[in-house]
Design a protein around this ligand. Sequence first.
Ligand SMILES: *Cc1c(COP(=O)(O)O)cnc(C)c1O
Length: 417
Amino acid sequence: MLGYWKYLEKSDPEIYSMIQKEEHRQQSMLGMIASENHASPAVLVAAGSCLTNKYAEGLPGKRYYGGCEHVDEVEELAIERCKELFGCEHANVQPHSGTQANMAVYFSQLEPGDNVLAMNLSHGGHLSHGFNINFSGKLYNFFSYGVKRDSETIDYDQMSELAKEHKPKLIVCGASAYPRTINFEKIVQIAHENGARVLADIAHIAGLVCTGLHPDPIPSCEFVTSTTHKTLRGPRAGTIMCKKEYTKTINSAVFPGMQGGPLCHVIAAKAVAFAEAIRPDFKEYAKQIINNCQALAEALLSKGFRLCTGGTDNHLVLVDLRSYNEKLTGAQVETWLHDAGIVVNKNLIPYDTRKATETSGVRIGTPALTTRGMKESHMEQIAEWIDLVLASEGDEKVVSNIRNDTIALCRQYPIPG
Ligand SMILES: *Cc1c(COP(=O)(O)O)cnc(C)c1O
């Protein structure tokens, strides 16, 4: 594969150099976007392989093209590993992304105009859970539950009331910016009392779920979707897990319902990532993500920051900047921290009064730095740097000094591979 790089360098120096620059950016900055990670070299090689050349519409053994004997083996292995990893009855590993995994479940269960209940985007939900300009919000009639004003945890009573009132066909749970565990059994109970099924979207927390470090939706929920590139640390893609009885409807919703040919190279990379996550050391990794996040939370709290829900159970914290300094916006803080070498994203906090392009919060996650081998003491150090940058309101000197420190830390903990 190294030969491929030389080839690219010669044949397309522009793209080659952009990829080189991106690699350098990742190596030299502290990546704390909660939805990002560093996939292993094995995953990267599989995703960059000649499998991208193969058309394989259909499922293993039932393809619409010849020459599928090897990609059939790859996809069968990916399915088996996904089932083993999550303990699910059926898996479809073809969705190109998390959003498309959700789309396939919707297509399998809903007609346009049907009622669906999902978490409010501005309380931590996801675009594909009914945002008005996303396909989901355009096609279906979404109602949303949120978090309680005081505890900022999911308001299961509100969910129950909305389910009674609107009788949705599907209740969607799972979030992109929620620092606490989700009670899947309670959601299933609410759904079943009201004749609904449940889709648990574990895009963010899959790596914690498959290692037993977050409550498991597989036994109780009819459908579970995930991305494979967040805490699971695989290639950028999606996967669907479901009860056996939904095998046919899910498979046909993916193809021909929603996609054409599967990305065989990415399916191979998913298989590699599933195998990595089955290994015992992945559980150590997942535990360290949480330990690091709790160390980060404690350190930020001790510097006077307020965290939504008061802390974290998982891989991310949601910082409410208002009590630290009323004037700060997430957008401003994102830029300052970026200049200091710490990459986070602005994020709405529940009941935010600012716009999504400004926000009163930032979301900070530990999966990627944990992959680099960083531990609790490094999180304390990073919290200190965050405090210094924000206390100085982005003072150029302070920022550039900390930039030197973050470069030094990055050098000590290179991205594996
Ligand atoms: C990231 C995410 C997705 C979608 O992932 P894409 O691969 O970007 O489409 C879906 N649901 C939730 C909750 C997510 O956090």
